[in-house]
Design a protein around this ligand. Structure first.
Ligand SMILES: C[S@@+](CC[C@H](N)C(=O)[O-])C[C@H]1O[C@@H](n2cnc3c(N)ncnc32)[C@H](O)[C@@H]1O
Length: 410
């Protein structure tokens, strides 16, 4: 839909909505059981005014599915808006026992005020604060620059950082600074759940990609904006640039990036000596908490930035009824580690070890099964061997990869 010009001016638009739409909206909410929603003029700023509960529950499910919510997790929600995620996290009964500690921050004072008076009273572990940083669309009179803003929290104090639909409103210098802060604030093993508009080439950005439904014709160095007059309304980044920035601050992207209306990028801090594993060919999207694949050969790369040593590889997979026996061959850098036959159906475990001879070395692991697919035209994914999406014993609870690699000394 083409908005009239004034709708691109966020604050003018909020004024208009407040004057003309908030009252009728409040009356409708009263009779439709949505009294707990923020006013229309606030909701309209967070991706559509009508799906407050639905979007909140979607995000709560998503964080749950990714196993990002743990007992007592400390959350920081950068750009929390009018609390559509916070409200769901604060009120969903299944999350009660986790006793989440949540802090929401935003540059939009009205949104923060609403959250303070409507969400904190419902859940005392949820707090919100206003940062008066200047954003030309959301807070043009802000007194602080985003690039100079230091989040008032200790280093390593956050288990989960959310930045949904926020980096899509930051210009490059601001994004760079915030990624530095994310790196400073993440606790060991912590994860940042962030969304972007990503593109591969400036032409692609200008033409717009179907999944984003928005064009970014105004080119800048390695990023692009939708409108020159309101640059912070929508900002897209070259994916390689985001990856470079993340790496600069010691953040690793948990692969694969997930493309959608906005592109999900999960970041974690890489500590010295930590092992990392990245999925290569053959893997498929996560579904129902399982990695699924339809290929017979797939690969992963493992590396450890700082030190050499022997690594243990533990790999879980499920063989469906009727597919056994399955032969598995595993290679590390082209050298066979194992050729084994797994005779039963159900969950199977392969364990092996390999040596990383020097620090910073990368090892390419390949797995090949001689059977994976059914031939009967059903959904092939259901017939494929599945690699279980859960960590092995002793692995960190939030391991997001279907293979688990651990140190076994010397
Ligand atoms: C599209 S809304 C998304 C809100 C929320 N994250 C959600 O998904 O419901 C973008 C939010 O980012 C906030 N924002 C813009 N610049 C910011 C900055 N520099 N720091 C923190 N928040 C910012 C805006 O005020 C706005 O609330």
């Amino acid at each position: 839909m083409q908005f009239p010009w004034f709708r691109h001016h966020f604050l003018l638009r909020r004024w208009f909505d407040r004057v003309f739409l908030d009252m009728p909206d409040a009356a409708i909410r009263q009779v439709t059981g949505r009294k707990h929603w923020p006013p229309y003029s606030l909701r309209a700023f967070v991706g559509g005014a009508q799906g407050f509960d639905k979007a909140g529950s979607w995000f709560a499910d998503e964080l749950w599915r990714w196993q990002l919510l743990g007992q007592g997790s400390r959350l920081l929600d950068i750009g929390c808006g009018c609390g559509r995620i916070a409200y769901a996290l604060a009120t969903e009964p299944r999350l009660d026992r986790l006793q989440l500690q949540y802090a929401g921050m935003d540059v939009d004072r009205e949104c923060v005020d609403w959250c303070v008076s409507h969400i904190s009273p419902r859940n005392g572990r949820f707090s919100f604060y206003h940062a008066d940083c200047r954003n030309p669309s959301y807070n043009p009179e802000g007194t602080e620059t985003v690039g100079g803003y230091r989040f008032p929290r200790a280093d390593g104090s956050c288990d989960l950082i959310l930045a949904t639909s926020v980096f899509t409103h930051l210009l490059a210098g601001e994004l760079r600074h915030y990624l530095g802060e994310v790196s400073r604030l993440l606790a060991p093993g912590g994860v940042a759940y962030t969304s972007f508009f990503l593109y591969q080439s400036a032409d692609e950005a200008a033409a717009g990609m179907a999944r984003h439904g928005i064009r970014f014709p105004c080119r800048r160095a390695r990023y692009a904006v939708n409108r020159e007059d309101f640059p912070a309304n929508a900002v897209a980044y070259e994916e390689a640039y985001v990856r470079e920035l993340a790496a600069e601050f010691g953040l690793a992207v948990l692969e694969p990036a997930h493309y959608g209306v906005q592109d999900l990028v999960l970041l974690t801090r890489v500590s010295d000596g930590e092992l990392r594993a990245e999925l290569g060919a053959g893997w498929h999207e996560l579904e129902d908490e399982r990695w699924r694949w339809t290929e017979r050969v797939f690969s992963a790369q493992v590396w450890r930035p700082q030190a050499a040593g022997t690594m243990r590889l533990r790999f879980l997979f499920t063989v469906p009824e009727g597919l056994a026996p399955v032969r598995l061959a595993v290679w590390a850098d082209g050298v066979v580690l194992e050729v084994g036959v797994f005779g039963g159906s159900g969950e199977q475990v392969y364990e092996g070890s390999f040596a990383l001879d020097s620090a910073g070395e990368t090892v390419r692991l390949e797995f090949a099964l001689d059977r994976a697919l059914g031939l009967f035209g059903e959904d092939r994914r259901e017939l494929g061997v599945q690699v279980a999406f859960r960590p092995g014993p002793g692995a960190p609870e939030r391991d997001l990869l279907p293979i688990v690699v651990t140190d076994c000394g010397g």
